[in-house]
Design a protein around this ligand. Structure first.
Ligand code: URA
Ligand code: SF4
Length: 197
């Protein structure tokens, strides 16, 4: 029998009932991520926090408020993006996800990426940087575009780092504006129709 094609809905349904790592035992709600299949940018954070665990939706707490504000300032529409995390369930007390949890959860993110085929993946913070690209210092590399295996990545800090830190907030704002420009560049492949209007 032919295998049914994969879909974002199928992935979400699997995540919601996923038993594959120990975070399944302490989560209230798994958080698959949300956005359009046609999203041009994919944002990848670390893991759901308390608000996300309560609602089953990504970036809906304090860090999400910052992300929303910065997206608006960069002129990036929510409909242009897909937002998810490296691990889909909240670690107890918001500790950093452990290697076995990241390894167990990564196939879901890989499948989301394969379906969406985003023009660029925006890495939010150190956990996403190390999990997806094996990197370590996000502060030293933020603002950079990296290409790996034909996929473009943009590196920036985690919005949670900017909650009580004005200078981090300005860095995040500058980075997301740069990301918006980068996406236009990839999209237009140089000049776009708008350039002549
Ligand atoms: N922090 C994250 O990394 N992800 C969320 O969804 C919320 C806060
Ligand atoms: Fe499954 Fe990922 Fe949740 Fe672990 S974190 S239970 S692998 S969905």
């Amino acid at each position: 029998m032919a295998k049914a094609p994969d879909s974002l809905e199928k992935i979400s349904a699997e995540v919601v009932g996923c038993p594959l790592c120990k975070l399944a035992r302490t989560r209230k709600n798994a958080v698959p991520g949300e956005g359009q299949l046609a999203a041009k940018i994919m944002f990848v954070g670390e893991a759901p926090g308390r608000s996300e665990d309560d609602k089953g939706r990504p970036f809906v707490g304090a860090a999400g408020k910052i992300l929303d504000e910065m997206l608006a300032k960069a002129g990036i529409q929510r409909s242009q993006v897909f937002i998810t995390n490296v691990v889909k369930c909240r670690p107890p007390n918001n500790r950093v996800p452990e290697d076995d949890e990241v390894a167990a959860c990564m196939p879901y993110l890989d499948r989301q990426i394969a379906l969406i085929r985003p023009r660029i993946i925006c890495i939010l913070g150190r956990t996403a940087y190390s999990s997806l690209l094996g990197g370590s210092s996000i502060t030293a590399n933020r603002g950079k575009v990296i290409e790996k295996a034909g996929q473009k990545y943009f590196l920036t800090i985690h919005p949670a780092a900017a909650i009580y830190n004005k200078s981090m907030l300005s860095l995040l704002e500058a980075d997301l504006k740069k990301l918006a420009k980068e996406v236009q560049k990839v999209e237009g492949g140089g000049a776009s129709l708008e350039d002549f209007m």
